[in-house]
Design a protein around this ligand. Structure first.
Ligand code: GLY
Length: 275
C-alpha cells in the first residue's frame, strides 16, 4: 500500500520499493525483517538488504546492526559511494556517518524467543515452511521503469556473520529494465547456489513467462537438493517489463501481495512444487 502511493502519484519505482519495504522493517511484530527480527545465536539482530534501479545501479548492506531501515542504508551505498556492498561494522559506520540513528532492534518478544531457543540451541536451518522470511518487492512505474528491494533479518539463530541471499545482487534480487525483475525468499544458501533472481530474469530474457521462469528456478533447486528441498521453503516472485507476474515456491503457503491499476493490493497464494 505504501509503495502504491508513490506509483499512483507518478513517482519512481525506486522510491516505491524503498517506502514499501520500510513498513515491515519498522514493524516490531514482523520477526523476520528489521526491528523485532529474530537474532542470531549470539542474540544479535543482523540485517541484510539490497536495492536496484532501472539503470543497474545497486547498493547493499549485510550483517548490519542497530539500524531500523537497512534498505535506506543500501540506497545510500548505491547513491553516495562507488561501491555496491558494505558489511558489518563498516556498514554501521557508514550509516551513522550518513545520519542514521543507532537503535536497539531486539524486542522483548524476540529476546524471549532467543532465550527459549538457547535452552536446546539446536540449529535447524529450515526457513519458515508455512510462509517466508524476507520481504522482496519489485515494481514498474508510469515511466515504464523497474526497481526492486529485498530486506531481511535472515535466518533465526544463524551463526554470527552469516549472510543469506537477500543482500546479494543476482541472488535475492535482480532488475533488468529491458526484461523484468525478480526477488526471492527462503533458504538463502540454496538461492545463492543458483544465482536465483538473476537466473529468473535471464530465463525471461530467453522467452519464458515470469511464471515459467520462477518454476524453472525452483526446479533447479530441487535438482540440486532432491532430499533437502522437501524440508525447506524457497519462493520466487517475478515481474516482466510488460507487467506480467510470476510466483512459485517449493512448498505450499507462499503468499504474495499484488497491486495494479485493476487489482487493489490483494494477497495471492503462489503455486508450489510440493503439494
Ligand atoms: N532469504 C533470507 C535468508 O536466507 O537470509
Amino acid at each position: 500500500a505504501e509503495a502504491w502511493k508513490v506509483l499512483a502519484a507518478g513517482g519512481r519505482a525506486l522510491d516505491a520499493v524503498e517506502k514499501g519495504v520500510q513498513v515491515p522493517e519498522g514493524d516490531p511484530l514482523e520477526t523476520s525483517v528489521g526491528y523485532g527480527g529474530l537474532p542470531d545465536r549470539d542474540g544479535r539482530v543482523t540485517l541484510d538488504s539490497c536495492i536496484m534501479d532501472e539503470a543497474a545501479n545497486c547498493g547493499a548492506v549485510a550483517c548490519l546492526e542497530h539500524i531500523m531501515h537497512p534498505i535506506s542504508v543500501a540506497r545510500r551505498v548505491m547513491e553516495k559511494t562507488p561501491h555496491v556492498l558494505l558489511v558489518g561494522d563498516g556498514a554501521l559506520q557508514f550509516a551513522l556517518a550518513q545520519g542514521f540513528k543507532k537503535e536497539n532492534l531486539l524486542t522483548a518478544a524476540s529476546e524471549k524467543a532467543w532465550r527459549e531457543w538457547l535452552k536446546k540451541a539446536e540449529y535447524k536451518p529450515i526457513a519458515n515452511i508455512e510462509n517466508h522470511d524476507t520481504i522482496g518487492m519489485v515494481a514498474l512505474d508510469q515511466q515504464q521503469n523497474m526497481s526492486g528491494a529485498c530486506t531481511t533479518s535472515g535466518m533465526a539463530y544463524k551463526i554470527h556473520g552469516r549472510v543469506g541471499d537477500s543482500p546479494i545482487i543476482g541472488a535475492g534480487l535482480f532488475v533488468d529494465n529491458e526484461i523484468g525483475a525478480a526477488t526471492s525468499t527462503g533458504v538463502g544458501e540454496e538461492v545463492i547456489r543458483i544465482c536465483g533472481s538473476h537466473l529468473v530474469v535471464e530465463l525471461m530474457r530467453q522467452g519464458n513467462s515470469p511464471q515459467e521462469a520462477c518454476e524453472l528456478a525452483v526446479k533447479r533447486i530441487v535438482k540440486n537438493q532432491p532430499k533437502k528441498s522437501r524440508e525447506m521453503q524457497i519462493g520466487f516472485l517475478a515481474l516482466s517489463k510488460n507487467g506480467a507476474v510470476g510466483a512459485y515456491a517449493l512448498q505450499k503457503g507462499f503468499t504474495y501481495a499484488l497491486q495494479t491499476p485493476e487489482i487493489k493490493n490483494q494477497l495471492f497464494e503462489a503455486k508450489s512444487y510440493y503439494a
